[in-house]
Design a binder for this molecule. Sequence first.
Ligand code: PBG
Length: 321
Amino acid sequence: MRASASLRGLVRETALTADRLVLPMFVAEAGDAREPIATMPGVQRLSVAAAVREAREAAALGVSAVMLFGVPAEKDEQGSGAWDEQGVVQLATAAIKQAQPDVLVITDVCLCEYTSHGHCGVLRTGPHPPYVDNDATLELLNRTAVSQARAGADMIAPSDMMDGRVGTIRRALDDDGLTETPILAYSAKFASAFYGPFREAADSTPAFGDRRGYQMDPANAREARREIAADVAEGADMLLVKPALPSLDILARARADYDLPIGAYQVSGEYALVKAAAERGWVDERRVVLESLVSIVRAGADFVITYAAADVAAWLREDDR
Ligand code: PBG
């Protein structure tokens, strides 16, 4: 049953289509319209106007969902840029929704892009070494989510990994009348070295220590199931697993256990590895990217967040001919 392309097409179990892809974008408050990111060839930090253009171009290729990350001009201890009504993500959300109402805008809820220390929550200092204060962070995440939804975000995606945040964000949104805004919960997010290039892009490398105090240990699969169960109980509308390729077992298990839509995030390091090898001619970029994405969908993802989304949509069109 593998002898010809038409026979293989007939029995193929998994289809990759552009409408299952989400394009992440970094929107920067300062700087030029487009600033290259050294560790992520092909990805740029964008001004609000450039982000609108990028969303329009992606939509023209069939990618109709974007995920926004903010790079503020100023950072502070609390990360107050995250919930600023005039913050860069809030402005970009409003601008994209106005120019392209059909594009789904998903906003990242986390403080690490906005804090001067680069951690995902507020720090507690005292007699002990500084650590991220889970419960004090929740209130700031609530404010961030509400401000993004008010700006027009179609969906809120908390990536901070604080305990209890799905429930408190749900209540905060509902209390503000934002009852229709769904939550895409980063339920199983591992403390991963694959996030390296992202931190370069968002200038969010922790000033001290690392994120293992709140992101999950990659060695733990049962814990991932508990994290997912907690987010479902707290009201998550969709689940996210990341990094994608290193977590296919987690994804497949979540698919078997839950009927909720599940996404996977092919993260910056996964993207960068392929780019670097392809630049040297060591792998065929297009085939490696398409194979990894179809494997992620095969494992159980309904949709994939990937920096290659627009390229992939263009490749899929060529294949159609
Ligand atoms: C914010 C956040 C990160 C990523 C998504 N949201 C960085 C981190 O946790 O350090 C990583 C995505 C990627 O690497 O592409 N907390």
